[in-house]
Design a binder for this molecule. Sequence first.
Ligand SMILES: Nc1ncnc2c1ncn2[C@@H]1O[C@H](COP(=O)(O)OP(=O)(O)OP(=O)(O)O)[C@@H](O)[C@H]1O
Length: 544
Amino acid sequence: MRSLLRDIPSVGWLITALIVVRTIVMALVIIGLGSLIDAPVLSTMWWLGAGVLIAAALLFTEAILPQRLRARTEAAWRQQLAQKNLSLSSTGASSRDDAQLITLATESASKASTYTVLFLGPFFAAFLAPIAVILVIGIAISWPVAGILSIGLCLIPGVLSWARSMLKGAGAGYGRASAQLAGVFLESVRTLGTTLVLDATDSRRQLITKKAEQMRAQVMSLLYRNQLMILVTDGTFGIATTAVAAVLASAGFSAGSLTLGQAVALMLLSRLVIDPVNRMGRTFYTGMAGKPSLLAINRALATRPEHRPDEDLDQAPLQDGDMVIKNLNISRDETPIVHDFSVSIPARSHVAIVGPSGAGKSSLALSLAGLLDFSGDIFLGEHRCSSQELRALVSFVPQSPTLFTGTIANNIDLARTGADSSMIHAELLGKELSADLKVGETGTSVSGGQAARISIARGLLKQSRIIVLDEATAQLDYANAQQVRHTAKSLECTLIEITHRPSEALDADVVVVLEDGRISAIDTPENVAQHNAFFQKAVSEEHQ
Ligand SMILES: Nc1ncnc2c1ncn2[C@@H]1O[C@H](COP(=O)(O)OP(=O)(O)OP(=O)(O)O)[C@@H](O)[C@H]1O
């Protein structure tokens, strides 16, 4: 019960108050009706007419207002979730994360608003409105009768908490099944091209069917439990309360302790006592299904935003000087990948890191950019950098470019720093990719190489002292790749380049060969080409 009190928003209490007031007005109308049966007085008729009008107006408000309040609450959550999503880095988010977010902003927001506004408001009214009616019965008819009827009321909390515990697991199970289905569906849409090429549509279809079936089973389980709930609430409160009231009314009328009007009023009021409980019982399934959704939304909104490098740029001291890496060790999934990597990279030099596939080059690049945990030390000048500082100080350009919907200018200056991008734009993108050209999902399609150049331009515009290109030029021809290096060097930064093409490494000041996570050679390109077997083989393969 305490958690429900925490969940209900102020608009939920408004609905509770509306139902309680409307129930009291209807109870007074019924009492008036009873006194008219006993003695038809004109003034009572006027009061009765006014009461009916007020009750009708309250019923009308009750039919319209909750849906509007629910829609407003849902929209507010959507907005908060959207803002939260914008503050979280989207890079590296898995399809599962995306699906979760979509489920949260759509289905969960809708269910949670139904739960907090449409369900919790009437839920608390189901306790308070019957108490109000019993009080009206006590004041206007008889306190002993009110006392007997109130015994049934004491059962309400027990029945409701039983119903809650019964639906709790089912609601969470449904939420899980629904999120899994959304995840698989989204992943299938994203990978449609690959799925078609691999002729794997049947297995994807089977997977979606399986997940949809699991969700259907969860829905059926919820419906079954809800029907049981309706049976219990209608049975316990409906039939029992009406029967007790009928016995009390006829016994009281026969004994002369109740007038005919009071006996009729008592019968009608017994319906009013059970009405909120019955109505709540019928919406229990939809209502409680929103509780896990609310928890998920609260969890998502409480998630701390991922670290944003640009926020630190102002705080981190702008480090310059050589990059000295000492005893760097990197593990992935508890498997050691890079071992005791130590190297000193002079400021404004160009270092190429080459090596066979799986040697650990990308892992190393990610760690140097502060994007992957490592042990060991990375110094910039005299300063030993944390991962957080590296993220702020190093610009990392991945192999797969990501384009966002918007103009090329927006894409290059994603953080809206307002930095002058004209030189970078002219050198890397030229006239073919003008600043105001729209790209991304709703814009012009660009080639892989053009997307790579946009991504590199974005990395260079960050104006970091160190730029790490992780095979970022792999999709470019030699001339364009050369231009990238030329532009990067003109920015007077240290350039660390992971590459598979020895011809690109030949431009570097120093070549580091990484094999099995260890340095097997480190020297000028000419010397490495003379002495390192891997590099020699790569050069000859490239020339073939
Ligand atoms: N996300 C990951 N989680 C766990 N292990 C990973 C992950 N990415 C890569 N690895 C493992 O780390 C090892 C090194 O991979 P890495 O991508 O760093 O090598 P690489 O030299 O860049 O290879 P390539 O040239 O093929 O890109 C591999 O054994 C790989 O299986």
